[in-house]
Design a protein around this ligand. Sequence first.
Ligand SMILES: Nc1ncnc2c1ncn2[C@@H]1O[C@H](COP(=O)(O)OP(=O)(O)O)[C@@H](O)[C@H]1O
Ligand SMILES: [Mg+2]
Ligand SMILES: [Zn+2]
Length: 543
Amino acid sequence: MYQVIARKYRPQSFAELVSQEHVKTTLDNAIHQQRIAHGYIFSGQRGTGKTTVARIMARCLNCVSGPTATPCGTCASCREITAGGAVDVIEIDAASNRGINEMRELRESVRFRPARDRYKVFIIDEAHQITNEAFNALLKTLEEPPEWVVFILCTTETHKIPTTIASRCQQFTFRSVEFAELVARMEWICKEEGITAEPEALAVLAQAGEGSVRDSLSALDQAIACCGTHLKAEEVRALLGLFGLDALDQVVGSVERADATRMLEIVAELERSGANLQHFCRELARHWRNLLVARIAGAGTRLIAASPNEQQRMAELGARFSEEDLTRYLQITLDVFRDLQYSLQPRLHMELGLLKLVHAAKLTTIEDALAGLGPAPAPVPQAAPPRQAPPTPVADAPPWDAAPKPVAAPPKPPPPKPAAVEPGTLKARMHTALSEAGLTFTADGIESSLVNEGATEVEIVAPEELELSLNEKELQQFLIKLGVQKRLRIRFQASVDAGPSKPQAKSNSDDEVTTRAMAHPMVKRFQETFKDSQVRQVRNLKE
Ligand SMILES: Nc1ncnc2c1ncn2[C@@H]1O[C@H](COP(=O)(O)OP(=O)(O)O)[C@@H](O)[C@H]1O
Ligand SMILES: [Mg+2]
Ligand SMILES: [Zn+2]
């Protein structure tokens, strides 16, 4: 008869148990010192060894050569416990036997000495599921337990165990099992089973287990059933409904090359293959996260659940981006993931999201720009001594007043522009309404567009690249909501100067400071670096 791997390889001794060192040592000591408690609570994630340890404990207590931390495994007690038929080891699944009657029976049974063995061990699985009445019945026995009784309550939810019970028990918390330990356990089992596996395949299975040995082993079972005696990573990924690393890498590559066209093709391919876009997005987020962690912690970190090869590859990939960039991509991807949960148009959201990644990639970070402001590339031939050393670190920049008076008359600088969205205007009202409705993409779009309100018509002049995010019908509805009964039209054009057209009047002295500031070499370089930047305000620090 075929036995599932998880059951076939249930550890029979502490030595075989993976992880849970603190549980092993404490129980080992307790047994050596003959200090056996009457009640234990084993809590922790599913599939981490609670039931397993409870049975090992029963063997330790009842083995003919016991009590011992290393039961023989061959005596009648040991064998019967493994097979699940020992008279003095009673397993109760509280999920199905949660009633008072069962507990009453249990209370009766507790009163009698063990039939053959040293202890009567009650293992109560899913203990949080027993009813209050049943807990009360249990409490009675725990208050005055006969010397031969040991209760082991196993639960994934300790907080549901009444404190009156918990305070009479010793508690052990089972930890989620680490990725490397899961992989090692599966490697060993595969060898026993005569199965070969690509390291990456086992990594994927371990990852799927999310800290639960049982879940990893169930996935392993499934993989063997599907792929046979040699497990290939790509097949296993597909089996678990994961996307090929290939697709994820292509997104990363397109971000790196700022290739918007390829990005849209990727979405089209995903759609064509019937992929769930939200799943894809979640995996993409996980991928960015891993690249970010690899970038920060380097290859070989325990913080990434992946094989050494894969980690190496991630570290190399991550090194091509800055930490800030990766953080930004992760954030954007998480936003898209969230949006996709409610979206009736997943494809559009996905496209928009991936395009945002491409755009984000094009943005220079302020740090990079400032670093670039360092020693200016010499505008004069190398041989000539620099007329004036350019200010190197930004912090040391002289105040505006100390700026050298320009030798030649500087070209008239553009007047400083106030904030792009002036309060009170129709544009501002639309911006607020859209933001409040959660349409942040659209709100951002309005911010960088011109809004011209005519007698019968409202015209929006928007930059071309916003064609995807501004929807005429949607905006028309917002206008009506704002009480503006005018027809709305959107025009898209290559570049839009979204600032209000009327420059603010400035006093003479302000003008002079402004002129000097605008002529400052650092300001000029800043403007060259940030092509579309505006100087919105010049403050005289002397004032
Ligand atoms: N710590 C562990 N070491 C080795 N195998 C484990 C461990 N935890 C769980 N397993 C495997 O998972 C299966 C289920 O474990 P179990 O003890 O029933 O988990 P729990 O009771 O915590 O849900 C076991 O049969 C065993 O194969
Ligand atoms: Mg269990
Ligand atoms: Zn034994």
